[in-house]
Design a protein around this ligand. Structure first.
Ligand code: NAX
Length: 276
């Protein structure tokens, strides 16, 4: 049997955390034969809620879940982790300026970077989900210089999956038949979902997406804005931001990174260098 991997989720008492931790414990992130130990970090005001999540994880009796560390102590949370999914952060609140959110997150990410730097397992892989994701990843890289830069990434896979979802809906094909979509740029409304290399498999074989859609106007306008503004559409509908899709995409991101992608399929992952 494989040794368990330690997976850190920060902000684990939040919305995305609540969707993400059971996916990890079920083997969706690292595979059905990979035992895991979950490390969950949140802040003091959320400590009780965090303990509630821990109770539910115990109650779910996951066969792959070999241990749970639920804590508000960043050092304890980072100890020996192999994978770190950084979901916690300070959200932008009404009346706050972008620079205020930035400076709050700079201090959070500085502290968490130092803890990972000192206490994480060598070769720890980091995925930043919390916005501004690219900036938070950059701060993490600056303050955790011993973690190889290539091990620090942030989430664009949700945008990638959203783009594939729109093509699949439009062409009435299954999403797994759409391949090689690319997301360029930041996780924000300035991103460019690129279907120029994408293909779709239908009963008549494989075709470029542009040819199959046969509507450049839609691909160049509505398709792009729908993907760019999907997050806002979810908030409008749910009165809460994307959570299950974000959690699922975070699993896709790590799974493809650790276990590899099928030969012919592309994926999207942002690094701190792709800024807007
Ligand atoms: P929630 O507000 O539900 O959860 C955030 C959690 O983080 C809370 O439990 C909070 O107590 C905790 N937290 C705050 N400061 C912390 C700290 N210093 N250390 C540890 N935990 C801390 O937000 P949720 O909906 O889960 O979203 C989390 C983040 O994901 C947000 O920044 C959001 O903007 C970002 N998103 C990024 C996406 C992407 O594709 N890159 C998409 C989804 C999501 O909007």
């Amino acid at each position: 049997a494989k040794n368990p991997l330690r997976v850190l989720v920060t902000g684990a008492a939040g919305q995305i955390g609540y969707a993400l931790v059971p996916m990890i414990a079920r083997g969706i992130m690292l595979g059905p034969d990979q035992p895991v130990i979950l490390h969950m970090l949140d802040i003091e005001p959320a400590a009780e809620a965090l303990n509630g999540v821990k109770m539910e994880l115990i109650d779910a009796a996951f066969p792959l879940l070999k241990g749970i560390v639920a804590t508000t102590d960043v050092v304890e949370a980072c100890k020996d982790v192999n994978i770190a999914v950084m979901v916690g952060g300070f959200p932008r609140k009404e009346g706050m300026e972008r620079k205020d959110v930035m400076s709050k997150n700079v201090s959070i990410y500085k502290a968490q970077a130092s803890a990972l730097e000192k206490h994480a397992a060598p070769n720890c892989k980091v995925l930043v989900v919390a916005n501004p994701a690219n900036t938070n990843a950059l701060i993490l890289k600056e303050f955790a210089p011993s973690i190889p830069a290539k091990n620090i990434t942030c989430l664009t896979r949700l945008d990638h999956n959203r783009a594939m979802g729109q093509i699949s809906e439009r062409l009435k094909v299954h999403v797994s038949d759409v391949k090689n979509v690319i997301i360029w740029g930041n996780h924000s409304s300035t991103q460019y979902p690129d279907v120029n290399h994408a293909t779709v498999t239908t009963s008549k074989g494989e075709k470029p997406v542009r040819e199959a859609v046969a509507d450049d106007n839609w691909l160049n306008t509505e398709f792009i804005t729908t993907v760019q503004q999907r997050g806002a559409a979810i908030i409008k509908a749910r009165k809460l931001s994307s959570a299950l899709s974000a959690a699922s995409s975070a699993c896709d991101h790590i799974r493809d990174w650790v276990l590899g992608t099928p030969k012919v399929e592309g994926t999207s992952s942002a690094s701190k260098f792709s800024s807007s």
